[in-house]
Design a protein around this ligand. Structure first.
Ligand code: ZN
Ligand code: ZN
Length: 262
């Protein structure tokens, strides 16, 4: 008994010590939380105020549509994706501005633990779609180039996909789709230039014969060029249908980013 109390006290002391030097921070806003929060949970402010995309959304890419009767967003219409795209459909969880701070820290500041929050949220939101509608066989994170991965030590999309895979009891395949080209920054490019920039950037490796329907997982969806490029490569390799789940969707082109409130 005494032994146990001592151990518990020691552990609690240890946690206080750890929190002093590595304070638990909120995966959404990046601010230190009070230390009692675990990193998979957002701070109370973010839990209360975080706006999800709740629809009506584009049935292709999950971007909010400007008028509720629209099936497709302006971006998809401009690109002919209302008629056909290489990917079937996808959803996005939050307007990018809502989760930008957390996603940037997950990607660049080694806040790998944030993937727990986003992976769980993504699994919760997409569970029914993935199981009942998309009937996916596997999750595939959008790959980063090996050089970048070595430099950073991880692929943020893969971390999110692993949490989703665990929550949804689905396999995660991290080696079938690879990034073969280090692409230049996409930020200043228009959608067509992005697609051109991504030509030959991805390749399919290994045996995909057992896979028919896959879900791509990424942290951010901007113009959709990345998802489209990945889908083209996967379809060419014999995958039948490609879907995607992205955490944040950025405003893009002429489609204003509405932020639904509920
Ligand atoms: Zn927060
Ligand atoms: Zn769309």
């Amino acid at each position: 008994m005494v032994d146990k109390d001592w151990k518990r006290a020691f552990r609690e002391e240890g946690e206080v010590f750890l929190n002093l030097f590595f304070p638990e921070t909120c995966p959404v806003c990046g601010r230190p939380s009070d230390g009692r929060e675990t990193s998979e949970k957002a701070c109370p402010l973010c839990l209360k105020g975080l706006k999800e995309i709740t629809g009506p959304v584009c049935i292709r890419c999950g971007r909010p549509v400007s008028s509720p009767g629209d099936f497709y967003c302006g971006e998809c219409k401009n690109r002919g994706w209302d008629a056909s795209a290489s990917f079937e459909q996808g959803i996005c969880l939050y307007p990018y501005a809502e989760v930008q701070d957390g996603l940037l820290e997950l990607k660049y500041k080694n806040r790998r633990e944030y993937a727990e929050f986003y992976g769980r949220a993504a699994a919760k939101r997409s569970a029914e779609l993935i199981r009942e509608v998309w009937k996916a066989d596997v999750l595939i994170p959008v790959p980063v180039h090996a050089l970048r991965k070595n430099l950073r030590g991880y692929n943020q999309a893969a971390l999110i996909a692993r949490v989703m895979g665990r929550e949804l009891d689905l396999p995660v395949e991290e080696h079938i789709l690879i990034r073969t080209k280090q692409t230049t920054a996409q930020k200043k490019l228009d959608p067509l230039e992005r697609l051109r920039n991504l030509r030959g950037a991805f390749a399919c490796k290994g045996d995909v014969s057992g896979l028919r329907r896959v879900v791509l997982v990424d942290d951010v969806f901007t113009t959709g060029s990345t998802v489209e490029s990945c889908a083209r490569v996967l379809i060419a390799a014999g995958i039948e249908q490609v879907y995607f789940v992205a955490i944040g969707i950025a405003a893009s082109g002429d489609t204003p980013m509405t932020q639904p409130r509920n």
